[in-house]
Design a protein around this ligand. Structure first.
Ligand SMILES: [Zn+2]
Length: 73
């Protein structure tokens, strides 16, 4: 039997000084950008990553647990 597996990887980061909790960077290099922004400015930055794995059929879509973040301008 073939196991159906789907993975979702999400990374985002931001600067508490410039944008607060709103993400400024998304994508795989968000952690590096947050570190570089701290190095360049001394601002307190943050980064988080989410890895979710689903086994089996997708079935009906799951409702979002959190409201959609607006992309930074
Ligand atoms: Zn900043």
């Amino acid at each position: 039997m073939t196991r159906q597996t789907s993975t979702h990887h999400e990374v985002r980061g931001g600067c508490h000084v410039c944008k607060g909790a709103r993400p400024m960077w998304t994508g795989k290099n968000a952690l590096a950008l947050a570190a570089r922004h701290y190095d360049a400015t001394g601002h307190q930055t943050w980064a988080e990553q989410l890895l979710s794995i689903t086994y089996g059929d997708a079935g009906p879509a799951q409702p979002d647990m959190f409201a959609e973040e607006r992309p930074c301008a």
